[in-house]
Structure formats: C-alpha cells, structure tokens
Design a protein around this ligand. Structure first.
Ligand SMILES: *[C@@H]1O[C@H](CO)[C@@H](O)[C@H](O)[C@H]1NC(C)=O
Ligand SMILES: *[C@@H]1O[C@H](CO)[C@@H](O)[C@H](O)[C@H]1NC(C)=O
Ligand SMILES: *[C@@H]1O[C@H](CO)[C@@H](O)[C@H](O)[C@H]1NC(C)=O
Ligand SMILES: *[C@@H]1O[C@H](CO)[C@@H](O)[C@H](O)[C@H]1NC(C)=O
Ligand SMILES: *[C@@H]1O[C@H](CO)[C@@H](O)[C@H](O)[C@H]1NC(C)=O
Length: 357
C-alpha cells in the first residue's frame, strides 16, 4: 500500500483549510475541487472524523492511489462521517456497482471537469436480472451508482448503465445513477443509459451543465431538482419520454425544472417532454433549446386521463422546432412569466439553505 512513484499528477494530502472550519451545511465550489497537494501521506495514517478540513482519497485502478475501486474508497469513509471526503477518481473505466450508504454523507466524486468522458463508472444490471436471493432486481436496484446519503457532490465523471433497452422489451429498465439523498450537486457529470437512466429519486438536487442520455422516462423520480444548462439527449428510435416526475399531492414541493437546457436526439424517435407519474406530476421547461425530436402533443397522461386535471406541465420561452406548442395537449401550459418565476433559479430547490456557489 506504499506510495512510491505517486505524485507527478496526483499529490495527496489532508487539506486543512483553516482550523476553525466545521462541518458545513452548504455545498460550495470547493467541494468539487481538488486543490493543492500539501504533502503525501501513507494510507495507514488516514484518520477521519477528528479534523475539520476535507480529506482526499485517490482511486487509481493502476494501483498508485489509496484504492483500486470507487467502492473501496467509500468503504474507507467512517460511518456517520461529518467532514467532506473527496474521492478523486483517476481516468479509466471502473467496472463496478457502487453504493454510497446513508451513513456516509459529505462525499464527492471528482474527475477532471473538462474530461468527464475519461473517467467512467459503469455497470449493467437491468430490472429483469435476478438478485442473489432469486428475486428480480426491479428498477430501483439496478443503479450502477446508488447514492443514498446527503450532501453528495460529483464532477467530471461519467456514470453509465450499458444495458441497451429495446422498445417493448421485457423489464429493460436499467438505471445508471440513483440519487436518494438530500442536497446533492452534480457539475459536468455525464449520465448514460437508455430506459430509466437517471433515478432522481428523492431529496433536492442541482444538476449544472450535465449530459443525460436515454430513451424512455430517462429522468424519473420524486425529487425536487433543477437542471440548469444541461444537455438532455434522446437515443429513442421509436418513442420515449424525458421526464417522468412522480408527485402524489399538491402539497409536495417536488418537481423537475429544466432551465436553459438543450434537448437533442440522434436516433429519430419522437419523445414526450414528460409523462404524468402520479396525479400531481410536475415538470417545467424554461428557456430551453428543443430539437425536432418531440412528439407534437408534448406530454402524456400515461393513460390516466384524470391526471390531466392535476399534473403541472409547463413550457416557458423555449425555442427550436421541438418547442412548437401548436399541437400540444390542451392541459399542458404555456406559462406566463409570473408562473415560470418559481422555476427559474436555485430557490426552486431551496438553494439558499444549502448552496453557496
Ligand atoms: C475543529 O473545529 C472546532 C470548532 O472550531 C475546534 O474546536 C476543534 O479544535 C477543531 N479540530 C481540529 C482537529 O482542528
Ligand atoms: C451513527 O449515528 C447513529 C445515529 O446517531 C447511531 O445510532 C449509530 O450507532 C452511529 N453508527 C456508528 C457506527 O457510529
Ligand atoms: C428518501 O427516501 C428514503 C427512503 O426511500 C428515505 O429514507 C430518505 O429519508 C428520503 N430522503 C429524503 C431527502 O427525502
Ligand atoms: C444559457 O446557457 C448557455 C450555455 O449553454 C450560457 O452560455 C448562457 O449564459 C445561459 N443563459 C443564461 C440566461 O443562463
Ligand atoms: C388520483 O386521482 C384519482 C381521481 O381523482 C383518484 O381516484 C386516485 O385515488 C388518485 N390517486 C392517488 C394515488 O391519490
């Protein structure tokens, strides 16, 4: 476990920022940056939980870091962790299924933010696959990366599920990333799959300049999330949908807001902007650039006509051939500015309470 020859690219240190820095309840840019390298440390001396700076664990599949796999790095983080741990992942394809348990908050996965496609976390479970106990996995357990803790951050990496769903196939759902912790920020992360790519499960999340690829319901779940300047890319060859937001009552403050995103496609299928999962499903697209890949009706009630009364599906100031609302279902809305306002910044996700960017 020595560190010989380690350091040209990847110095390693405990970053002690300031003696008085305590557990922060805000996510800042610092949380996704690997700063300077003060000195090298042997892995044996990694001690957690008593300092106030953040710590760095280097993952290198070539053996020159602290861990060979991302999961091994997570396993090094103590339970009930209370300081930011930056897991710095060197380029390569890491073929593993990764779980960040609820007891390990304040974890960052960091690659090179300009080369996200060179650091890949990849697995290939699908809903019909069998669990060890013989039961079917089901959609939720297929995630290649399953984040269950709060204050998670990621930057400069690719998360993928390599299963390719065939339209009409049996239980082809194959999640790349599941986010089920509260307060997460993803910056320049690529999330790749086909059916059910991103399970934006629950909690409040900020996706900034991310690339999300899929075909059917490829962003789905019960979260309250802002997707800003993201590229949502369809690989549907027949039909599909971007957002399947799940909201059960009017009281829930959840929803998906897509702000200044570009929406593209490469396989010719026409997809919906959203499908109503739950009576009060909520999804809004504002200032988005939408290619000619959208089914003209725009939105689907998922064969539950009563949802037309309660689903909140809106568009505001979008452009591009796919933004033409002439043939949209009548129960979707072209929003007035005042109606769009709540969706246009990080206040939508309560950002003033947990983001300092
Ligand atoms: C961490 O911060 C607290 C509060 O400022 C301080 O009392 C404590 O000594 C610090 N611990 C270390 C190891 O720096
Ligand atoms: C983590 O914290 C919880 C709640 O405070 C506690 O019940 C549990 O024992 C702690 N786990 C460890 C390993 O310290
Ligand atoms: C997300 O859901 C899980 C159960 O599925 C729950 O334990 C957790 O507290 C929820 N988190 C938030 C932020 O709602
Ligand atoms: C919209 O996104 C583009 C990049 O995709 C960026 O250059 C521009 O500043 C953004 N506009 C706003 C109003 O945020
Ligand atoms: C959805 O709305 C319908 C019609 O009002 C109602 O019958 C049904 O119980 C609702 N579903 C849920 C889960 O609340």
């Amino acid at each position: 476990m020595g560190f010989n020859g380690f350091g040209i690219l990847v110095g390693f240190s405990f970053l002690i920022y300031g003696v008085n820095q305590v557990k922060s309840s805000y996510i800042t840019w610092d949380d996704i940056k690997i700063e300077e390298y003060y000195h090298y440390k042997e892995i044996e001396s990694l001690s957690f939980g008593d300092g106030n700076g953040s710590k760095v664990i280097v993952v290198d599949q070539n053996g020159k870091g602290h861990a060979l796999t991302v999961q091994a790095a997570i396993d090094m983080v103590p339970f009930n962790n209370s300081i930011r741990v930056k897991i710095y992942i060197l380029p390569g394809t890491y073929r593993e299924k990764v779980i960040v348990p609820p007891s390990k908050p304040y974890i960052s996965f960091i690659g090179d933010e300009n080369k996200a496609s060179e650091t890949i976390l990849s697995w290939n479970d699908k809903a019909s696959d069998k669990h060890k106990d013989g039961s079917e996995l089901g959609t939720y357990r297929t995630a290649s990366v399953d984040v269950q803790s709060d204050y998670f951050c990621a930057s400069g990496i690719t998360i993928q599920n390599t299963v390719v769903a065939v339209a009409g196939g049996y239980k082809q759902q194959a999640v790349a990333l599941r986010l089920a912790g509260d307060k997460a920020m993803l910056y320049r992360v690529r999330i790749l799959g086909t059916q059910d790519t991103l399970l934006d499960s629950n909690g409040s999340h900020y996706f900034y300049q991310c690339y999300i690829q899929g075909s059917i319901d490829f962003i789905f779940g019960e979260s309250r999330s802002l997707y800003r300047e993201c590229n949502l890319h369809s690989v549907a060859d027949k039909y599909g949908a971007i957002a399947a937001h799940h909201r059960k009552s009017e009281e829930e403050d959840t929803g998906f807001s897509f702000l200044n995103c570009s929406i593209t496609g490469s396989r010719g299928g026409k997809i919906y902007l959203g499908r109503a999962w739950g009576n009060y499903s909520r999804a809004v697209y504002s200032y988005c650039d939408i290619d000619n890949i959208i089914d003209p009706s725009g939105w689907s009630d998922w064969n539950h006509p009563w949802r037309q009364r309660t689903a909140v599906f809106g568009e505001y100031e979008c452009r591009g051939k796919g933004a033409d609302r002439k043939n949209r279902v009548s129960w979707s809305k072209s929003l007035a500015h005042v109606e769009a306002m709540p969706f246009l910044d990080t206040n939508f996700i309560g950002g003033n309470e947990w983001l300092r960017l």
